[in-house]
Design a protein around this ligand. Structure first.
Ligand code: DNO
Length: 345
């Protein structure tokens, strides 16, 4: 297991100098942020990222994300060229020493929350999700400002985009995902890269858009689309765990060998489709972090781990979910958890 930390580049208030001081931190998880989805990343930008990490004693082996453009998910006439561009990014990243690429296949919206600063009793605040609140929002009219939403869309563009998804149901999305994988996975194999799809967050359809990377059954179907070690998963406990029917301890063990990247964080269910993000330890939320980590190791997991969304504590402000303090605490908790499990095996 290698502990890593997400870094948003030079504009990230959490600097590499700070990240490197977290004990046992091996590397950063980052991306080239100034190329729109579908574009090809310059080798220069990739090597610059690598150099910055290495100058701080950190590796750059994990990319999150190479975003999949909507035209690929829609499977339209632009898709073939964009898939080719995607493959070129995989080749370039592999050449630069990247070993794992995290991406997602969620139409239009990435992760969604209804509240960004939910106040906890201890004075910290964090992200929260309430399905009713989200369902009552109209993305076209309400002033939605949700963390995973590409705010670069104008209202008209968003309307047009949502309209394009009218004919895309779950089965069509599966087909388009399969086309994508059949082209990308062979290139990943050649390039020494493991692809790791991120589950949908939350793992159910929203605003009438299909979401398919959601349950044990669907993860199984996904892995069979291209049965190669290069076609793997990002096991995001906070995302999959939002569905109370997902048995994460079981899934972690079952899929361990195909899990290349684990986002380990805890959430507390407050109702069936409602949850708040909490501190990482088991006791802080509803997920059994100890047994999830144990299942991963028992199943043969040997990938990258990163702490995930942190709360804002000690008065920190910054990028929602991605401050320094609570994520650093999360990293230390997880490092201790893994050490304990490994040593008592
Ligand atoms: C949220 C993240 C996601 C993730 C993408 C992967 O904090 O886990 O935005 O990076 O879904 O493509």
């Amino acid at each position: 297991m290698k502990m890593t930390f997400r870094w948003y580049g030079d504009n990230d208030p959490v600097t590499l100098e700070k990240i490197r001081q977290i004990p046992k931190m091996t590397g950063i998880v980052s991306a080239v942020y100034d190329v729109p989805a579908g574009g090809i990343w310059s080798e220069e930008s990739i090597y610059q990222l690598k150099k910055k990490a290495e100058d701080n004693g950190l590796e750059f082996e994990v990319v999150e994300s190479v975003p999949v453009p909507e035209d690929i998910k829609l499977g339209n006439e632009k898709a073939p060229q964009l898939i080719e561009n995607y493959c070129e990014n995989v080749r370039r990243l592999g050449k630069a020493g990247v070993k794992c690429i995290c991406y997602n296949f969620m139409p239009v919206f990435d992760w969604l929350r209804s509240e960004l600063e939910y106040q906890h009793e201890d004075g910290s605040n964090g992200l929260a999700y309430d399905d009713e609140t989200v369902l009552s929002m109209n993305p076209l009219t309400s002033e939605l400002s949700l963390p995973g939403w590409d705010e670069s869309y104008s209202k008209d563009e968003l309307k047009e985009l949502l309209n394009k998804y009218k004919d895309i149901d779950e089965e069509k999305l599966w087909e388009n995902l399969e086309t994508f994988l059949k082209a990308v996975i062979p290139v990943a194999e050649e390039s020494g890269v493991k692809m790791a799809i991120h589950p949908d967050d939350p793992p159910w359809g929203i605003f009438g858009l299909p979401r398919i990377i959601t349950t044990e059954k669907n993860l199984e179907r996904f892995l069979k689309l291209v049965d190669s070690p290069a076609n793997g998963l990002t096991f995001c406990t906070g995302s999959l765990g939002a569905d109370v029917n997902n048995d994460l301890v079981k899934m972690a063990k079952k899929f361990a060998k195909r899990i290349h990247f684990a986002h380990l964080r805890n959430i507390r269910h407050t109702d069936e489709k409602c949850f708040m993000e909490t501190g990482h330890p088991t006791e802080c939320g509803s997920l059994d972090m100890y047994n999830i980590a144990k299942s991963l190791l028992d199943g043969g997991f040997d990938g990258y781990v990163r702490p995930d969304h942190g709360r804002m504590i000690w008065g920190e402000t910054g990028r929602y979910g991605y401050g320094l303090y609570d994520r650093a605490l999360g990293a230390m908790y997880l490092t201790g958890l893994f050490e304990g499990i490994e040593k008592t095996k």
